[in-house]
Design a protein around this ligand. Structure first.
Ligand SMILES: [Zn+2]
Length: 339
């Protein structure tokens, strides 16, 4: 049995047909975890769909109405890069409800994982890059509205920049900075709307991604780490370590939302980084250890993963569960020991 819950529903499947985004990966992850006895059925909890009013904490009523009533234009559907149907809307509402539940459980148990979600390319008034609703932002706004937290941090390790999340929380981020960036001339200036006093910042966004990749316009996160093509394990883990320390020095979140994309993998069809499966597991461990060491509750979502062989995507996502189990099992033992 795991020391935390996994949020999952068989209705996470997105009926989008033959697609590079393998929407059956969620089911395959659950099957693999059970098969390997890494998890047992009692570790899984079922989400309820997010309500329209929850979704509207982030998305415009106009956009939500279009989703509910099938009113997207052909251009809007094209931009989303997945076909629209009421069933797809229902699945996104469920993933979003899953992220809300994962946030709730993380605040109770210290950690919780949604075996789905991570749709970081969705903006308030439109969807793009396979993302219809930004479950990450919605879950944070719901926790704030319920009075559970004031401050949250997103740690986005998908190979693609978290543009929707950066945009949504941009107004609460005063002075975006770029961390390493051997070359990031396009990201110099923050949009004018980002210039608000630091006291009002309530969500700190961090994104570690391949610079030369979608999205080509990258709204500034609080910290953007723009990685060069072909970046491998050692370099990646070094930048992540730096970025995590820097972020957690600047800001004390009451909840971390970790976006554990599987697409920095060397064999990913939509990524150009060069991480190994083992390197990705070390990435997960680094993030979980940072959260655990500071006693900050952490929720995880999965986002992308488009490996040539879907089995690799499944392995990487399952390893995120194993990494968390390793860190949190050890942590709970350590906590019982005298200081
Ligand atoms: Zn991605």
């Amino acid at each position: 049995m795991l020391p935390f819950k996994l949020v999952y529903s068989e209705k996470y499947f997105l009926p989008i047909g033959e697609h590079v985004f393998r929407a059956d990966k969620y089911r395959l992850i659950r099957e693999r975890l059970l098969q390997q006895t890494a998890a047992d059925p009692s570790d899984f909890v079922l989400p309820a769909p997010a309500s329209e009013s929850d979704v509207m904490l982030v998305h415009s009523p106009h956009y939500v109405n279009k989703l509910m009533e099938g009113g997207l234009s052909a251009r809007e559907e094209l931009q989303m890069e997945i076909p629209y149907s009421p069933q797809v809307v229902d699945a996104f509402l469920l993933h979003t409800g899953g992220s809300i539940l994962a946030a709730e459980r993380a605040l109770e148990d210290g950690i919780c994982m949604n075996i789905g979600g991570g749709f970081h390319h969705a903006f308030p008034d439109h969807g793009e890059g396979f993302c219809m609703m930004n479950d990450i932002a919605i879950a944070i706004r719901v926790m704030q509205k319920r009075g559970r937290i004031r401050r949250a941090m997103t740690i986005d390790c998908d190979v693609h920049q978290g543009n929707g999340t950066a945009f949504i929380f941009g107004n609460s981020n005063p002075k975006p900075s770029m961390l390493p960036s051997t070359s990031a001339p396009t990201l110099g200036a923050a949009p004018a709307s980002n210039k608000v006093p630091s006291a009002s910042r309530d969500v700190f966004t961090m994104s570690l991604h391949q610079e030369n990749n979608y999205p080509y316009v990258k709204p500034a996160s609080t910290i953007d780490v723009n990685l060069p093509d072909g970046c491998g394990d050692t370099e990646y883990l070094g930048w992540l370590d730096n970025a995590l320390s820097s972020a957690l020095r600047q800001f004390e979140p009451e909840l971390i939302s970790y976006v554990a994309g599987a697409d920095p993998f060397s064999q990913d069809q939509l990524g150009g980084l060069n991480l190994t499966i083992e390197g990705l597991k070390q990435r997960d461990e680094l993030v979980f250890r940072a959260a655990r060491a500071r006693d900050v509750p952490i929720m995880t979502t999965y986002a992308g993963g488009y490996a040539t062989h879907v089995e690799d995507t499944v392995t990487i996502h399952c390893n995120t569960v194993l990494a968390a189990a390793g860190v949190y099992r050890t942590a709970s033992v350590e906590r019982n020991e005298p200081a």
